[in-house]
Design a protein around this ligand. Structure first.
Ligand code: PMV
Length: 342
């Protein structure tokens, strides 16, 4: 058997993708930091079999079967099989592992689907050698998108955007691109994820995206996201930390406002989410720290801050915030993106 392994990080969206159109296309462009420590490692092994037109694959998570992942995988292969016509000529084994809890509000589908997409593109390279490096990453991002929209952004680093935007000439709804000329302060930005709630998500991403169809504020939200993308791009280039903080927090608030105003409505934050946000807002000017918060579609808080403030922010977390997350947190930071490990 031949095998391929990719280590692929998760990402945290600063401009949120929330709402789809067509076949997994975003209703608005999004932008994220690629992380480092929160990652998935996926190994794809394959050996030739008779091509009887059927896809034969086995999947394990941490070396054991994981039936709960199977429907999502099946859907992924139904959507992407046509892009890899050679797959039916091989017996395929996929083994995957995460460094962080899956389905807990940390984007494990982002790193998981991106790692799988990268493995499939590497398999194509081994067999057919037809992709240039640029095409390799475009295809991997496009394939990852078909598994989970945010996964399209995990195929690159450190700062990545996905979705057509007039401010980014090369941008596309099909795949993500790297954001260039970002001020160096953001290349080592830190993200401490405070795990307020590690239960399975209350609303799946797919259901959440679908709620935008009947949300009365959806069109305004999509326009605001586009405007915020332009403002954030400017702040990222200038190294404007105050501007960065304002836009990133507004995006998080708007994502949750969308959830609260959908039909049916959802409240995904918990009392401890609010307690953390209020403490950060109260203390950051007093301590003169550039901390900002963002949220995914769940209760966990991502605390973002520049590396040169790390020691002081960690002291603040240990003193003031651990009580709200039962001392469960993950220190992460912006990273360069996935690595092939063979
Ligand atoms: O990739 P999905 O379908 O799981 O959607 C991700 C949605 C958010 O995490 C809330 C925002 C984002 O852009 O990552």
């Amino acid at each position: 058997m031949q095998s391929i392994t990719w280590k692929c990080p998760s990402n945290i969206a600063l401009i949120k993708y929330w709402g789809k159109k067509g076949n997994q296309y975003p209703a608005n462009p999004s932008l994220s930091f690629t992380l480092t420590n929160c990652h998935t490692i996926t190994t794809l092994s394959f050996e030739p079999k008779e091509d009887d037109g059927t896809l034969l694959l086995s999947f394990s998570y941490d070396g054991a079967p994981m039936p709960t992942f199977e429907p999502k995988l099946e859907q992924f292969f139904n959507n992407t099989e046509h892009l890899f016509p050679f797959l039916t000529k091989y017996l395929i084994e996929i083994n995957t592992t995460n460094t962080f809890p899956h389905s807990s509000g940390i984007a494990s589908s982002a790193s998981g689907m991106a790692a799988l997409a990268l493995c499939l593109c590497s398999m194509e390279m081994k067999i057919e050698k037809t992709l240039s490096t640029e095409d390799f990453f475009k295809k991997a991002s496009n394939v990852a998108r078909l598994g989970s929209g945010s996964a399209s952004r995990s195929t690159l680093g450190p700062v990545v955007m996905w979705g057509k935007s007039d401010s980014f000439e090369e941008s596309s709804d099909d795949y993500a691109i790297k954001v260039s000329n970002v001020h160096p302060i953001f290349n080592s930005y830190c993200d401490t994820i405070l795990l307020v709630d590690q239960d399975k998500k209350e609303v799946s991403s797919s259901d959440g995206h679908a709620l935008l169809k009947n949300n009365p504020f959806a069109q305004i939200r999509f326009q605001e996201a586009k405007a915020n993308l332009e403002l954030l791009n400017k702040a990222l280039k200038e190294g404007n930390l105050i501007g960065f903080n304002n836009i990133v927090e507004q995006e998080a608030m708007m994502l949750h406002a969308m959830m609260m105003t959908s039909k049916p409505y959802f409240l995904l934050i918990k009392p401890n989410t609010l307690a953390i946000i209020q403490k950060v807002w109260e203390m950051r000017s007093i301590l003169n720290l550039h901390m900002t918060i963002t949220l995914d579609a769940g209760a966990n808080v991502h605390l973002l801050y520049p590396e040169n403030e790390k020691a002081r922010v960690i002291a603040f977390i240990n003193k003031e915030l651990v009580q709200f997350c039962n001392s469960n947190f993950i220190h992460d930071h912006v990273g360069l993106g996935p690595i092939e490990m063979n």
